[in-house]
Design a binder for this molecule. Structure first.
Ligand code: NAI
Length: 285
């Protein structure tokens, strides 16, 4: 259902790779709500060819940019204004990658060049994006910028590795830049802390299926899907949230405020059964 919440608004969506991507769903929902958009991703992602389908569907031009390259980001903001015919009302940063995660380097055996890449792609790119946008004055008054994050920035999750550090930095950038951009231009900057989601990036995380199952059992409302996330982003891009800024907004079915749920506890006791002998005595440690 459409509420026309973004009628006449112009946006830039960074990070749609394929139809599983959170950014893909956000772009589709924003189009339903009346927005016009530019899509951006790396040359390599564009060569995979899937983004063309989305571009056609929502009638959005594509501008290539590596989010670690400041000049390419500035170019996106300049060209997007020309193509869309005015200042930008909303921006989605939906970008993340860790070579250490991909190549299965554990957190106590990090490759530091790869750590730099993780931080550069997944966090500092957000600063570059904001700095480039501000220097060319691309974002309209009361514009809204959202980046996607994960609860491992606050609490330790097995296997999330150096992406946890990247997400902490990302959230900090949202606060620090949110102060300046808010004070000077009324631009709001938030991060959305999303449930684990089965996407290309998500599947790179160790044991993502088990993490998703655990999170689902812990969350009173169950895991938030990519489509749910798209709905939430629409509200944050709309005029209904004009005084929300510098926040990490949990969009996770309640997971982040849970300690233990009955459903998770039941699963845990089932697992314990596997370690009991015939008399029901637990046979480990
Ligand atoms: P995805 O794999 O569909 O999207 C990641 C995107 O990052 C891809 O489009 C990729 O091309 C882009 N990217 C990588 N390096 C880049 C670079 N140098 N410059 C520009 N773009 C680059 O996966 P997903 O899950 O949709 O990820 C989007 C965001 O959501 C990421 O920030 C991720 O950490 C975050 N997130 C994902 C969760 C999940 O469980 N999938 C949970 C919470 C947050």
């Amino acid at each position: 259902m459409s509420y026309n919440l973004l009628k006449g608004k112009r946006g830039i969506i960074f990070g749609a790779l394929n139809d599983m991507s959170i950014a893909w769903k956000v772009a589709e929902r924003c189009a339903e709500e009346g927005a016009s958009m530019v899509l951006s991703n790396t040359e390599m992602a564009l060569r995979m060819g899937e983004l063309d389908g989305l571009a056609k569907k929502i009638n959005a031009p594509i501008i290539a940019a590596d989010a670690t390259n400041y000049d390419e980001l500035e170019n996106v903001f300049v060209k997007a204004q020309e193509l869309l015919g005015g200042k930008i009302d909303f921006v989605l940063h939906s970008i993340g990658m860790s070579p250490n995660v991909r190549k299965r380097r554990t957190y106590d055996d990090l490759d530091y060049n790869w750590l730099n890449k993780t931080l550069g792609i997944s966090a500092i790119s957000f600063h570059k994006m904001l700095q480039a946008a501000k220097k060319v004055d691309a974002i309209a008054e009361y514009g809204s910028v959202v980046a996607l994050t994960y609860v491992a920035s606050h609490r330790t999750f097995f296997g999330y590795n150096d992406m946890a550090d990247a997400k902490s930095l990302l959230e900090s950038i949202a606060r620090s830049f949110g102060y300046i951009y808010g004070r000077e231009k009324n631009v709001r900057i938030n991060t959305v802390s999303q449930s684990p989601t089965a996407t290309t990036a998500g599947k790179g995380i160790k044991d993502i299926d088990n993490m998703m199952d655990f999170a689902d059992k812990m969350s009173p409302l169950g895991n938030a899907t990519a489509d749910d996330c798209a709905d939430y982003c629409v509200t944050l891009f709309s005029d209904l949230t004009r005084k929300v800024t510098m926040q990490t907004l949990f969009h996770d079915g309640g997971f982040s405020n849970m300690g233990m749920s009955l459903r998770a506890m039941n699963q845990y006791s089932k697992d314990l059964d596997a370690y009991k002998d015939e008399q029901g005595k637990v046979i480990y440690g």
